[in-house]
Design a protein around this ligand. Structure first.
Ligand SMILES: [Zn+2]
Length: 185
C-alpha cells in the first residue's frame, strides 16, 4: 500500500487528534490492519479565513458497506455514472503520487480552488494511523453535491439525512442554505 501520515485536516474537530472510533459501531480504528473512511464537511466564508466544520466522522469498512447497501441500485449507479463521466481518471491516478495536502487544494471534479468553494467535503481512506494513498484523499465542492442530489432517489436522500440526524445535531445556521449533505462513503 502507498501510504502517508494522516493530515491534520482529517483530525477530529472535537479532539483535534486522529479519529479513534467508528461512528456507528465504536470499533477501535487505530490498529494497524483496520481500514476506515473519514469524511468531513466544511463551510467557508467568502473573504474570511474562518471555516466551520459542519460535521466530521470516521466509519469502519463494515459499517460503510452496510450503508452502501442501503443506497438503492438506481441511486448508486447514477452516482457512479456521474463520477465516470465527470472525473478525470488520469488526474485521479496522479493524486496517488502527490502529497495528500496537494490533493485537498481543489475540487477533484470541478477543479475549483478550496478558497472559492462555499462548501466542500473531504474524504480519506485510512488504515490504522496511516493514509491509504492507493485511494488518495480528495475534496468535493458543494457544486458537485448540488449536481449529485437530483440523481438520487428520495429514499436515498432520506437515508443519508437519517444518518446525519442520528449522529449530529449541527447548528441549524450551518445547514443553510444547501440542505442535504451527502454521505459518499
Ligand atoms: Zn463500524
Amino acid at each position: 500500500m502507498r501510504e502517508n501520515d494522516i493530515p491534520k485536516e482529517f483530525y477530529s474537530f472535537e479532539t483535534n487528534a486522529p479519529f479513534e472510533r467508528c461512528i456507528e459501531c465504536e470499533k477501535y480504528l487505530l490498529d494497524d490492519e483496520t481500514e476506515y473512511i473519514i469524511e468531513k464537511a466544511v463551510k467557508n466564508y467568502e473573504g474570511y479565513a474562518a471555516k466551520d466544520t459542519v460535521f466530521d466522522y470516521a466509519i469502519c469498512m463494515d459499517c460503510a458497506e452496510h450503508m452502501r447497501k442501503k443506497i438503492s441500485k438506481e441511486s448508486w449507479s447514477s452516482m457512479m455514472r456521474y463520477f465516470q463521466e465527470n472525473m478525470d481518471i488520469e488526474r485521479r491516478l496522479e493524486m496517488q503520487h502527490k502529497h495528500p495536502e496537494e490533493n485537498l487544494k481543489s475540487c477533484m471534479i470541478k477543479k475549483t480552488q478550496i478558497d472559492d468553494c462555499r462548501e466542500y467535503q473531504i474524504y480519506a481512506h485510512c488504515k490504522g494511523g496511516r493514509l491509504n494513498m492507493d485511494n488518495p484523499p480528495y475534496l468535493i465542492s458543494g457544486e458537485v453535491m448540488e449536481e449529485l442530489i437530483p440523481l438520487l432517489s428520495d429514499k436515498t436522500i432520506d437515508d443519508m439525512n437519517g444518518f446525519l440526524n442520528k449522529h449530529f445535531s449541527p447548528d441549524p445556521s450551518l445547514m443553510e442554505p444547501t440542505p442535504p449533505r451527502l454521505i459518499l462513503v
